[in-house]
Design a protein around this ligand. Sequence first.
Ligand code: GLN
Length: 618
Amino acid sequence: MDAMARAGVDSPIQRCLDDLYAKYAGTRDGAVATYIPELAKADPDWFAICVATTDGYVYEVGDSRQPFTIQSISKPFTYGLALEDRGRDAVLQRIDVEPTGDAFNSISLAPETGRPLNPMINAGAIAATSLVAGHSAEDRLNRIVAVFSLYAGRALTIDGAVYESERSTGHRNRAIGHMLRNFDILTEDPEPALDLYFKQCSVAVDCRDLSVMAATLANAGTNPLTGERAVRHDLVDSMLSVMATCGMYDYAGQWVYWVGMPAKSGVSGGILAVLPGQLGIGVFSPRLDARGNSVRGVAVCRELSREMGLHFLRIPRLSRSALRKTYDLAAISSKRMRTQRERERLDALGHRAVVYELQGDLGFSTVETLIRRIVERSAGLDFAIVDFTRAGDVELSAAAVFLDLLVRFAASGRQLVLANAHGQRRLLRFLEERLTQEQGCRLRTFADVDSALEWCENRLLAGEPSPDARPPQVPLAQHDLCRGLDAAKLLRLEGMLEARSFRAGELIIRRGEPADSIYLLTRGAVSVTLELPNGRHKRLATLSAGMTFGELAVIDRAARGADLRADTVVECYVLPITALDALSETDPRTKITILENLLRHASRTVNRLNDEVAALAE
Ligand code: GLN
C-alpha cells in the first residue's frame, strides 16, 4: 500500500509522523522472527506508525491496516483481565512484579516459590492466562478475545495459521508451563493454559488497533473511539506499572531512559506505548533487534518521545498558577447601574468582596495556593467569589479543600460563593452532599460573575443605612435628566412626555428597532441585555429609578443596539425624539440642560468602564 495513502489531516502531528516514516523506512537492520515458522512469512519492509489521542483521533501513516499477530503485546491485557477476575492479591500471590532483565522467553522463576518474576515475560504471562475465569476453555478464549476487541474498538479474530505454527513448535513455552505446574503456580494440566496462551498471542491486529488499545489504557480503560469500557479504571495503573518496568524485557531500563512510556513489544514487530491521560502509540515493523524488539519501532518511539516531549518523567514547566487574576468590587462592579451615592459607598466597601478567577485543571497543589491566598486575605473579607469560567477539571482532592474553606468561611460569618460553576458537576455534587451535614452553611452558586457581584453589592449596601438607596418612585423633578430645570421648564417638559408602564419581564425595547424616543425610568429596574452567538444572554447593565435609557441610539440616530427588559414592574416617561428636536426652536436652553445631563451620565459610565478595562488588563 502507498505509504502516504493513509495520511490524515495536514497537521504538525501528521507531518511529524510522515517525517519519521520517511526517515526510518530505509532502515534495514534486524531480522524477522523465525522461531515461530509462520512469522517468517512477514514482509520485512512493512512499516506503520499510529498515534491515537484520548479524545479519539487517530493519526496513521504507512501500512497501518496490515494485519499481524499481537504476540506478547497481548500480555498486559490478559494480565488486566486476570486482575479483574481474581483480584490483586490472588494474582500477586502467583505472579510477582519485579523486572528480570532477562529475555522474554527466559525460564526465570523465583527460586523458592516458583513464582514468575513478572507478567510480561512468558512465564508470568502463561500464569496470568491460566487465571482468566471461564467455565470452559472456549469460554475463556472468548472472554479474552472479547476484551481485546473492546480495547481495539472492533471485533478481532485469531490467525489460525500462526496459532498452529506456534502450537506445533512452542516447546520452550511448554517447558515453562511444566515448570509452573511443578511449583503449583499452574494448578492443573499446563496444556490447556498453554493452548489458550498460544491463541491469545495469535489474535490478529493492525497498527491502528495497537494505537487505539494504547489510547484506551491512556484513557483509564475506556476506549476513546467507542466509549466502551475495556477494564476497570482502578486496574489500569497496575497494568501500566508492569509495562513500564518489564514491558520491553531486557531493554526496559534503556526504554524508560530514552522513551519514558509504559510499553509492550511483540515478536511479530509491534510496539505499543502509552502516555497516560494523553495518547497511545502503535508502531509496526517486523525486523527485530537481538532482544526481540522492533528496530524501527524502538527508533521511532525514541524520536517521537524526544520530538514531542512525551517522556512520562519530564517535569512539566511549573504550571501557571490556578489563579488567573483577583480583583475586588471597588475595581470591577456588576452591570447593575448604581446611583452616585451607592457608587460612592461601594467604592469605599468594595475591598471587602474579592473575585478569585481560576484557570486550568485544579489538583490538590494548585488549589492549595488559591486557598492560601484567600485565607491570607480573609480577615478583611466579607465575600469571596470563586469564578470557574476558565477552570477545567477539579480533582476530588481539590474538592475536599474547597469544602473545608466553605465551612470555615461560614463559621466566621462570611460567605464564599461560586460563579459559573454549573459545568463542575462532580464538585457541586460533592459539596452539596457534604454541606447538608454541616450546620448553617449552604452552597450559593451564581450563573456568572456579574450576578455574583450584584448579589455581593446588594449585601454590602444593605448592611449600611441607605434611606434613598432604592426609592420606590422617583418624582420627575428629581430625575437625573431634569437636573437644573426650574418648575416652569419642568412643567413644559412634562407636557411633552408620555407616561408608560410595563410588567416585570416585559420587553421594552428590541434590538434592531428604530430608535425614536428616550426613556426616563421613574420606578423599578430595567436590564440591558445582548444575545450572544451561543444563544445565551449577557447583561450589559441594569438601571434603576432616576436613570435614563434608550438615549444612545437616539443621539446616534441609529437602530436599537440591545434588548431592554423590565426586571420588575416599571414606570417611565417617554420623550419622543421629535419633541426633543422641536426644543431646538422653541426652548434651546431646556434642550441644552437635558443634553448636559445626558452627557454627564455618559461620561461617568465611560470613566467607570475605563477603570474596569484597566483593572482587567493588570
Ligand atoms: N507467542 C510468543 C512466544 O511466546 C510471544 C513472544 C513475544 O512476542 N515476545 O514466544
